[in-house]
Design a protein around this ligand. Sequence first.
Ligand SMILES: Nc1ncnc2c1ncn2[C@@H]1O[C@H](COP(=O)(O)OP(=O)(O)OP(=O)(O)O)[C@@H](O)[C@H]1O
Ligand SMILES: [Mg+2]
Length: 245
Amino acid sequence: MSKLGIFDLSVRYGKVPAINDLSLQVEEGERVFISGPNGAGKSSLLNAISGAVPTSHGRIELDGDMLTGRAPEAIARLGLSMVPEGREIFGSLTVEENLRVGTGLRRDAEAVDSDMEDVFEAFPILRERRSAAAGALSGGQQQMLAIGRALMTNPKLMMVDEPSLGLAPKIVDQVYETLCQLQEERSLTLIIVEQSSLRAARVGGRMILMRGGSVVGEGNAADMVDRDALAQAYFGNPKCKEVNS
Ligand SMILES: Nc1ncnc2c1ncn2[C@@H]1O[C@H](COP(=O)(O)OP(=O)(O)OP(=O)(O)O)[C@@H](O)[C@H]1O
Ligand SMILES: [Mg+2]
């Protein structure tokens, strides 16, 4: 059984189709990149898996348990968490308060504290700045905070939507180093939306290429980076032939 199974999934916003009959399996411990142009449906796919947007057709299973129709909190309790596109940090709350968001319903205060300790161990800078307003952190630190918050529910499968967004390449390197280290230490399964196929190839893993709400290509990220399919998916068929060919 796959860690995550997606079968004939469709998502619509009113009349706007975002995902069309998409099927995908992710195995335990895998690192999967989802790439594709703006509007391809990458975030919609992640949001449907996490329960943030309703599905209009198909089903999603985690360890064989049906996720479709469950509330996001219930899905998080099954061991799935997400770092959303744009991070969604509360700038006026402190770092610590941001980490506690979403743990309010848990009665096991000790377990929450111990999860927070784990996050601080993974990200010492967050411990240092635990009382600072999250809005005062740098972009890279805010991304660490968003990842730290997702770790607070002790996920087995973590989805990260565009961790590189708006960050300098050196900081992106650090974010990926951290994600890879966390994956190893916590035996995480990772699904990462990443626009840069070169970045995905460097980090390594399976790449799923989406366009128009469907999967249009799939393979080892390093093998796919030079493939014509990638250029085609991004730019479509060239309108003009090269003059000198
Ligand atoms: N809340 C919404 N209401 C209506 N349409 C939406 C909504 N969110 C997304 N869409 C539409 O659904 C389609 C898929 O969007 P989605 O955000 O999933 O793509 P994406 O691949 O994540 O794009 P990006 O690279 O820009 O983040 C697009 O046509 C988009 O305009
Ligand atoms: Mg998106």
